[in-house]
Design a protein around this ligand. Sequence first.
Ligand code: PLP
Length: 353
Amino acid sequence: MATATLTIDLDAIAANWRALDRLSDPATQTAAVVKADAYGLGSKRVVRALAEAGARRFFVAVAEEGAAVRQALGPGPQINVLGGHMAGDTEMVHDLELTPMLNSVDQITRHLESLPGHPFGIQLDTGMNRLGLEPAEWEAVAPLVLEQGPELVMSHLACADEPDHPMNAVQLAEFHALTDGIGVPRSLAATGGILLGPEYHFELTRPGVGLYGGRPFFDAYPVVRLDLPVIQTREVAAGEIVGYSCGYTADQPRLVATLGAGYADGITRRLSGIGTLWDGDTPVPILGRVSMDLITADISHLRQIPRSLTLLGPMQGVDDVADLTGTIGYEVLTSLGHRYARRYASTATRGQA
Ligand SMILES: *Cc1c(COP(=O)(O)O)cnc(C)c1O
């Protein structure tokens, strides 16, 4: 088989959810953010594992993603749509019992007119300037909106991954100013906000990346493993080149392995010439350019030719690859391609969590 294998540890995801859940008061509900196909890991399997662990509320980005989650979970669990209620969403919101998190006066009007009595939540902007009602808008519509009984009022922190950033306290104070006394469950914290401490938790937290083993939840169990099969090996003489644009020239005779995955699988070209694969705990440098479907690596120092090499695993996590390539773990995860053979395993944490 020439496709790479992406192994996703559902037990680790469940254990991470429980660990994040334990960080807040038992009275605080812990939801799960499963947008972008559960950060690229497959929402169907992930939401089932999370529901089994005890999650009762799930957040997706758009109504279409909510359809897959509802199909996987059946009726009961709440599914909140962060993008709110867009034109054309009404039927889906109704039929799939989605809860749109309304973020503008237009959306509030659309929702209350098209689906009166249907559950909804409200998003407020407390300074991030991305999504949600501005304070003045909220002031104008709050009496009418609160009369309609929103399920949840939430906002989002811009800098929660930096605990000492002054913006956190600014947004917390603004959220209090906008919502104290409204008598509706409130939510401010994603993964980073949970780690900031109890004053950020309110009635509901919304972790995403921490469930999938990413920073800023440093204590997370690792969730993904990505193994690339060795398709071919060859000896390259000193002075010969490897790959596109003559990206590597051999300084001495090298044994080169060609692996079956590339940038079409979400392995960024920025790893060209600088990335590392792993044979167990032995590093194997990537040689030359990452191409669409193939990567070349120097296995001269290995005792035997491996069947596969590991890009993501115990020696190198999503954040390590992100650091090396100038991005964040979130992007490494959500870039993982659709060509992998996906295995859902329960290996890392059995008996531990
Ligand atoms: C993505 C997102 C989350 C989850 O954030 P993480 O940092 O992945 O935990 C929570 N709330 C909102 C509004 C989001 O967009």
